[in-house]
Design a protein around this ligand. Structure first.
Ligand SMILES: NC(=O)c1ccc[n+]([C@@H]2O[C@H](COP(=O)([O-])OP(=O)(O)OC[C@H]3O[C@@H](n4cnc5c(N)ncnc54)[C@H](O)[C@@H]3O)[C@@H](O)[C@H]2O)c1
Length: 247
């Protein structure tokens, strides 16, 4: 899946308690990575940690509300203190509450934007010095069709995802001299996750796939540097197929 041996390498993954984030940490654990896992759903995160430890994995669950800047900073500092600078940072957590301009208020808008974009900045900033010093690392943001197009009732999610795309492009340029890969990735296929369960129509639910099908892409991105791929908006389904799919 990855040209690089990931055993003993460190990953920080947000939104690890369910859905795509859970599939990613499970794949990373099976590859022998050490993983700091962040999520606001503390009990579910503990269950994931217990499950992965039972498989022999070395994981650190960190319950955190990523809409809170100070808590996000403290969480990532704890992860760095425990494991050091990660090989890969995957910012996968997001919140999508469909609300029109009439329905949303500033505090609800900020919450979604902060989980998506503010946390992307804080997490990336926290690992930046270590990754640039090491001249080795990969940062991945979960994107969406909402990162390039508008959708009705996505007054916060959509600008959050657009903002993340912009941050990715700038950090890819600034990270290139240090060989840091910074990319965004969209699922590229309908996925069966709790977010999808509340947002997909019946037609999409009929053809959604297990998010584990997308993990070859994330295993690949855990090993890349800027020389391999950077500044790109990738498609996890297509990349996973290119990597040979999930056996
Ligand atoms: N599901 C899709 O069809 C789809 C499509 C395009 C992009 N995406 C993106 O893929 C990623 C994963 O999506 P998913 O479908 O697995 O979503 P999900 O809602 O099932 O999982 C998201 C995770 O983020 C966590 N989270 C939410 N708010 C948080 C907060 N304040 N602090 C910390 N953690 C928080 C949740 O607890 C959950 O574990 C997201 O970035 C999403 O935007 C999903």
């Amino acid at each position: 899946m990855s040209a690089v041996d990931l055993r003993g390498k460190v990953a920080f993954v947000t939104g690890a308690a369910q859905g795509l984030g859970y599939a990613i940490v499970r794949a990373y654990a099976q590859a022998g990575m050490h993983i700091a896992m962040m999520d606001v759903r503390a009990e579910a995160l503990t269950r994931v940690a217990d499950e992965l430890r039972a498989l022999g994995a070395d994981v650190l669950p960190i319950p955190v509300d990523l809409s809170d800047a100070a808590a996000t900073q403290a969480a990532v500092e704890r992860a760095i203190e425990f494991y050091g600078t990660p090989r890969v940072l995957v910012h996968n957590a997001a919140l999508l509450v469909e609300r029109s301009m009439f329905e949303i208020d500033l505090s609800a808008w900020r919450k979604e934007i902060n989980i998506i974009l503010q946390a992307a900045f804080i997490l990336s900033k926290a690992v930046w010095q270590g990754m640039t010093d090491a001249r080795d690392g990969s940062i991945v943001y979960l994107s969406s069709g909402s990162g390039i197009k508008g959708f009705v009732k996505e007054v916060a999610y959509c600008p959050g995802k657009h903002g993340q795309e912009g941050l990715m492009k700038v950090l890819a340029m600034e990270g290139a001299p240090y060989n840091i890969a910074v990319n965004s990735i969209t699922p590229g296929a309908p996925i069966n996750t709790p977010m999808s369960a509340s947002n997909y129509n019946d037609e999409l639910k009929q053809r959604w796939i297990d998010p584990a099908e997308l993990t070859p892409a994330f295993l690949h991105l855990a090993g890349v540097t800027a020389q391999d791929v950077t500044g790109e908006r990738l498609d996890a389904w297509a990349l996973s197929q290119q990597m040979g799919g999930n056996p």
